[in-house]
Design a protein around this ligand. Sequence first.
Ligand SMILES: Nc1ncnc2c1ncn2[C@@H]1O[C@H](COP(=O)(O)OP(=O)(O)OP(=O)(O)O)[C@@H](O)[C@H]1O
Ligand SMILES: [Mg+2]
Length: 538
Amino acid sequence: MIDRMRPRRLGMVVGGSLSEGLVVKLDPAVSIEEMAVGRYVSLQGETRRFLGMITDVSLASTDPAMASNPPDQSDPFIAKVIAGTNVFGTLHIAPQLAIGADGLSPVRTIPAHFTQVQEASEEEIQRVFGRDDKAHFYVGTPLDMEMRVHLDLQELVKRSNGVFGKSGTGKTFLTRLILAGILQKGVASTLIFDMHGEYGWRGKTEGPYEVKGLKQLFPSKVFVVTLDQESTLKKGIHADFVVHIGYDEIEPKDIETLRETLNLTDLAVQACYHLERRLGQKQWVSRLLESRDREEVVQLANEVGENENTLGALWRRLQLLRRFGFLVPHAREDSVHRILEYLDTGKHVVLEFGSYGDELAAYILVANLITRRLHDRYVERTERALEDGGRGAAPLVIIVEEAHKFLNPDVASQTTFGVIAREMRKYNVTLLVVDQRPSGIDEEVMSQLGTKLTCLLENERDIEAVLSGVQRKSELRQVLARLASKQQALIFGHAVPMPIPITVAEYGSPESYKALNITEETMEPGQIEKEIQELWGN
Ligand SMILES: Nc1ncnc2c1ncn2[C@@H]1O[C@H](COP(=O)(O)OP(=O)(O)OP(=O)(O)O)[C@@H](O)[C@H]1O
Ligand SMILES: [Mg+2]
């Protein structure tokens, strides 16, 4: 049994530099096979301790002839003598943080020759990542270590953040875990654009359990609203309300962000603006969509002075919108307003797309439209609050999957998502973007993301995109490329004092909810209904 309380000695520093990292000679008693890339070690210098990450492991020998003329391994005595003297393992360590009497500081120097290296201790990891408290939430364990890493969620939500990783690596599980933390700690309201129905009531899984969605864990804090009542009901979920969006709420800008998805030409996009100028915001979409045939479109084109073919092409492409049952000429109720009211009471809203989740155009249209209007409200309020010297709106985090659709270089300058990512937390709204193709996201947006949580990525361009601008990039690249294909993530950026690869906390088994300290709320029957009544006064 390894004594977990006393960190094991691994070896000593024999060379290296601040920029290139340290070279550590491994003690003969330590098996090199255990020394995986991404593990944390501690180095006791004269005046401070250093924490560093293993970024490479290699075999060395003092005698070059050894390679061509290996010693006789059949004699255990000789083998033992040679191991550790003539041949030995080395670790490559990237120093990440110094712990001195005055606390944590960035590394500006390195420990001397022969400094002892040992496994990082639980106390050191806690010193850096904090303990479970009102802001810190348990997210996982360092690789191959049995200690808890906590994430400061209060710091996290101050900026926009990203969860990345190729398909099936655990992005959604990690995102849901972070959300459970945000809900538990109450550090922000959240609005989740739940494309595939994974956050609200239950999540999909390859594992043996049905995993609970946020509504099951925090019934009184979460409202599930849907665009597709039928599919939501089929899953046995009672949605808190059904979202309808009126044609009169759609702006040319919303159609513009669909340019790529609907394959619209520049002229078609310009025609939207033209129509809006001529017919007014309330009328332009209905007039166009309610044209029944080519003839009526030609009439409309003549009326507003638009090219018939351009308008005809736009009309054809926008026919898709007519299939979206949640779009109506005029919505009786202002859904965005209602969502805002939930968020204002500190609640969380999961917007289920139901069968429209497979329809990218629906996802982009709705997420953009709602986010644009919410953002307008937050800006208005923050500005008013500034004038009155009052408090602005409570922080809001918006969760969006397939983020590159909203934030690719072609549209990031126009979409509200792009605006939010760039303006930091000026108006108390931030994003949590989830994406398997980070190279598709605008570079400037990527550089504005505060904290990145990235599962395994294999595509070179994606790796480059997430690591762009970080220190010790080449070393982190080694770590990132070697994450397990599931449930491991490298976290770096604003909310963590140093980068750390973790095994993401398990989510889904009955024990896991206990380990996460998510005590299930016991909800009185009818409590939600009562709350809604209170909210709406009817
Ligand atoms: N923290 C975790 N706890 C338990 N199981 C996990 C965890 N992370 C990942 N898994 C397992 O890995 C599977 C894939 O995870 P997930 O659905 O989050 O991947 P993803 O990156 O969102 O995939 P996609 O790109 O297809 O959306 C899950 O169904 C689950 O079985
Ligand atoms: Mg997913």
